[in-house]
Design a protein around this ligand. Sequence first.
Ligand code: GLC
Length: 473
Amino acid sequence: MSAWLSRKVSSLNLQELNEFDGSQEQKQALKELGKEFEITTDKLRSIVKQFTFEMQKGLERHGAKVAMIPSFVTGKPTGMESGTYLAIDLGGTNLRVCKVDLLGNGKVEIQQQKYIVPEAMKVGEMRQLCDFIADSVDMFLTEIDTDSYSETLQLGFTFSFPVNLRTINRGNLMQWTKGYCCTGAIGKDPGLMLQDSFRRKNMKVNVAAIVNDTVGTLMAHAYRDPTTFMGIIFGTGTNAAYFEKMDNITKWEDDITSDEMVVNMEWGAFDEERRVLPMTIYDNRLDRESINPGTHIYEKMISGMYLGEIVRNMTLGLVDQLLLFNGKSSPELNKKWSFETSHMSAIEIDTSSDLADTQYVLETVLGIPSTTLLDREMVKTLCRLVGIRAARLSAAGVAAVMTHCNLLPQDACTAAVDGSVFEFYPHFSHNMMKALKELFGEDVEQKIKFSQSHDGSGLGAAVIAMQVSKGNS
Ligand code: GLC
C-alpha cells in the first residue's frame, strides 16, 4: 500500500494525493474531488454564521427552514423520578418497544424488544403503520407479562420526524425524512393516530408525549448528568435539541411559568436555500433521487442513510471516466443505496497492506468482477473525503449552538450523542473535535464533552412521559 494511504489519517491533505501511484488522470480526478469536498476553516466559519442566523429566524417565527420547534419539555429531570412507563421509538431502522422502570437515584431498569419495520410499511398507509406499532406493543406486553397492565400505561412516543407540537402529545407531522413516506400522515397528528390504533385494539395505553429522539437523548442523559445541555443524533438522520431560554423563543405566544424549554432544532433542514453548503454534483444527484428532494440537504451530507450513496455516485463517476475498475461497474453497484455507510466504515478502518477488507466489500458484496490495489486505494480515498466532510459539517452545527448559547465562557458542559455514525464511523468524533478546535482554539476540548448516550428513545421518552403524568413537564 502506498505510504500516503497507510497513514492513520484524521484529515486528508490534498498534497498527499501527489504521492498517489496512479496515472496522471486518476491523480487529477482525485485532486478535483478533494477540492470539491474540502471544508476549509474559513468555510466552516461562514457555515456557522449562517447557522446561527437561521437558528435565530426559527426562534422568531413559525415556518422558518430550521424550524426550532418548542418541545413542551421544560423541567430538567432530577434522577429521583420513579414509576413504570412504556416507550416506543420509530424513526430509525427498527421499531423499539421498551418498559422502563425508573427506580430513583438515577437508576433505571429497561426491558426492550426490537421489531423490524417492513420496507413496504414505511411507504404505505399511516393508519397501517400505527396498527403495526400497536400490535408490536401488544406482543411486547404479552411477552414480558407485565403485571401493571391492568392500569392504563403511560407511553412516551419517540417519533423522530419534524412534528409541529401544539401540546406535549398533540401536533402535526410537517414532512417525512429518512426514507419514510407514508400516505395520510402529513399535516395529521401522529399521537392521535397511534392513540386511535390502541383504542381500536382495546389496549389500555395512553400516548402521554410525542418525543423527538434528540429531546429524548438530552433528557435521558440529563437524568444521570445535570450538566447536559444538548442532545444530538448522528445516525440514520441528524438533528439536535438544547435548552433555550423562554425569552429567546420569541414566536412562543402562550403563558408559561418556566424559564427554559427544550427546542427541537430540526437542523437537518439547515441551508435549504443553498447559501453556504458546498453541494457537489454527487450530492445533487442523491437529493434528486431521494423521497424528499430539495429538503434536509444538510442531513443528506452528514448522516448514515446517505453517506454511502454519495460515495456510490462518486465511484460510478470515476468508472464512467474509465479511471476505476477498468471502466466496469456491476449490477449491484448500479443499484441505488447499495453502497451502505457501514461499507465505508469497513473500508476506512482497513489498514491491511492489500486492503483485503476493501476488496471483500467491492468484489464480494458489491460484485465488481476484479479490483486492483490502486482501485481499492481510490475508493478508500473517496470514503475519507465524504467521511471527513461529514464530521466537519457536523461540527459546524455544534459550533452554532455553542455560539448562540454563548457557552465558551462557561464551565464545561456535556452534549449527549446517539447514532451509528457517531458510534461506529472511524475517526468521526476526532475529526469533529479537530474542526471545533480550528474554530474555537485548542482548549475547546475541555469545554465540551461528547458523551455517547444509548437510551434516549427508551429512558428519555419514559422520563418525559413521567413528567407529563405527574404534571411537571
Ligand atoms: C430527521 C428527523 C428528525 C430526527 C433526525 C434524527 O432529521 O427529521 O426529527 O431527529 O432525523 O433521527
